[in-house]
Design a protein around this ligand. Structure first.
Ligand code: AMP
Ligand code: GLY
Length: 417
């Protein structure tokens, strides 16, 4: 089979790496890809959100299966476009992708179908939003409705930050039209779980759990990022907690899709906060997580091509997912200054000096036979060992061999687990 993977991050490198292990795969293309992906696939110079050109490419090159990494093309309707052109593609359609594309759509869906989530209100004008601040205790959370590259959620510890956030989103249009509508919601305290699930149109089939570290600094300080590290499985997800999540979230999610006539085939990534009041849904993403994918897929023993095809044709069963008992830990090597401001084009050294870990490339590019940094999250280094502790030790030991100017990493990923 000829496969096209869309995207350019460490998540897509992991997808390409896992797909390349399938005996069914003869050729992999990746658009646009990165320096690591280039070693396993033919990189194609088309941006991930240029859905028309991607569709022409898939047609011209008789691609048998396209796998979408990031959310933007899904929200844009790439799946609908490919389906209209009789091209097989993995991911939810445009309607279903609103669960990530609009926080308001997602919150209304949760409320309508009685899924536990933070209390919220929706605003599109500054005056009413400012007035409503009195109705929420601090800290509170403000979210831009639309896609904002992972930067549209602000946790406001004090009123001044809340006022500035509202103004920057609604008045100054920091996120363009994505921030014309905002959600203000109650802050939830607890421990986060990322639960990625395949959805075959009728059933939700969870993958192994993971824990992401969203904040940029150690001890969960500083602004939110796309994710600075991850481990799997997440031991907080006990059988009894899973039962609770299944009753209150997964079953209601599926019956909600049916009631609202949403045809969902692909991955739903449910961000959960485990609070004193029980599990609460923070958000939905309609795609694989990054860096969750870098710890979850290396633990999947099944053929990913089979799993994706069965999800698309609606036949995937829980027993189709076979998992390794091993544990995985991933640490992100980022450009200094990320997620705010950072430089690119720094030469990465030592990539060939690591052993017993997998180095997934995120923001990298090849130039003049050198591998250069080309983004905020540059590399995702994953170890898979018998215990989390061993995997953690291995990752941090091997990372010492990798160097680029201003390299930054969190030191506390999977600490004390
Ligand atoms: P999102 O962009 O919706 O994925 O949110 C990003 C991150 O913001 C989540 O993973 C949480 O760490 C945090 N977050 C979102 N909503 C809340 C909330 N209501 N209370 C506490 N943290 C939140
Ligand atoms: N790691 C969070 C995300 O992929 O959105």
């Amino acid at each position: 089979m000829k496969i096209l993977v869309i995207g350019s991050g460490a998540r897509e490198h992991t997808l390409v790496w896992k797909l390349s292990k399938s005996p069914k795969v003869s050729e992999i293309y990746c658009a646009p890809g990165n320096a690591g992906i280039e070693k396993l696939a033919t990189c194609v110079d088309i941006e991930a959100d240029n859905i028309r050109e991607l569709c022409s490419f898939a047609k011209e090159n008789t691609i048998d299966l396209t796998v979408v990494g990031p959310e933007a093309p899904l929200v844009e309707g790439i799946v609908d476009l490919f389906n209209q052109n009789n091209l097989k593609i993995f991911g939810p359609n445009k309607k279903a992708s609103q669960l990530e594309g609009s926080k308001i759509f997602a919150k209304d869906f949760m409320k309508k179908h009685d899924m536990p989530t933070a209390k919220y209100s929706v605003f599109n004008d500054e005056i009413s939003a400012l007035k409503a601040l009195d109705d929420f205790q601090l800290p509170l959370v403000i979210k831009a409705d639309g896609l904002a590259a992972g930067k549209g959620v602000v946790i406001c510890e004090d009123r001044n930050t809340a006022v500035r956030t509202i103004q920057s989103m609604i008045k100054d249009k920091k996120f363009g039209s994505a921030g014309s509508n905002i959600v203000i919601e109650e802050y939830l305290e607890g421990i986060e779980i990322s639960l990625l699930c395949f959805v075959n149109g009728k059933e939700v089939i969870p993958m192994e759990s993971a824990r992401d570290y969203k904040k940029v600094y150690d001890d969960d300080k500083g602004p939110n990022t796309g994710g600075m590290g991850c481990f799997s499985p997440n031991p907080i997800l006990t059988d009894s907690l899973y039962k609770d999540i299944n009753e209150k979230v997964l079953k209601r999610f599926i019956s909600g899709l049916k009631a609202d006539n949403i045809d969902f085939k692909g991955v739903i990534f449910i961000g959960l906060m485990i609070t004193k009041r029980g599990p609460m849904v923070l958000e939905f993403n309609v795609r694989f997580g990054d860096p969750e994918t870098e710890v979850v897929l290396p633990r999947l023993d099944s053929d990913l091509v089979d799993v994706l095809l069965k999800t698309i044709d609606g036949t995937l069963k829980p027993e189709d997912l076979k998992w390794s008992d091993k544990k995985s830990v991933c640490v992100i090597l980022a450009s200094g200054g990320y997620p705010v401001q950072y430089e690119k084009n720094k030469e990465i050294k030592g990539l060939d000096d690591v052993k017993d870990v997998i180095v997934f490339h995120g923001g990298t590019k090849l130039y003049d036979n050198k591998t250069l940094t080309n983004g905020g999250r540059v590399l995702a280094v994953t170890a898979i060992e018998d215990t989390i502790k061993e995997a953690r030790g291995k990752v941090y030991q091997e990372i010492k061999n990798i160097y680029f100017e201003d390299m930054y990493l969190r030191k506390d990923i999977a600490k004390n687990i």
